[in-house]
Design a protein. Structure first.
Length: 98
């Protein structure tokens, strides 16, 4: 029984030592990358994208809330047709399938 306890103690010690080594390595890696990137960011800064205010007729119409009457008519017609096709009561052939 004594050798089993020793093996568990040794396994726990090895596991703890391995976790400490991995944690230390990853911490040093993160620190190193942060320092190197900070120095590189000063030398090579990211370009700032210019902001442009492009305004064309479509954007002005959408922003003002005005919608073409032709578009309203097309949408209304499509909604009416959809409601007519999907609100019909099932016919006798459809009832037989149910």
């Amino acid at each position: 029984m004594n050798s089993m306890e020793q093996q568990f103690l040794e396994a726990g010690t090895l596991m703890f030592a391995g976790m400490v080594v991995v944690f230390a390595f990853l911490s040093l890696l993160i620190l190193f990358i942060t320092v190197v990137l900070a120095k590189l960011a000063v030398k090579f800064p990211d370009p700032i994208a210019p902001t442009t205010n492009r305004s064309n007729k479509k954007n002005k119409k959408a922003a003002s809330g005005k919608i073409s009457p032709a578009i309203v008519a097309a949408i209304s017609g499509a909604v009416t047709r959809y409601r007519q096709q999907h609100s019909q009561k099932p016919s006798s052939s459809q009832k037989a399938k149910i």
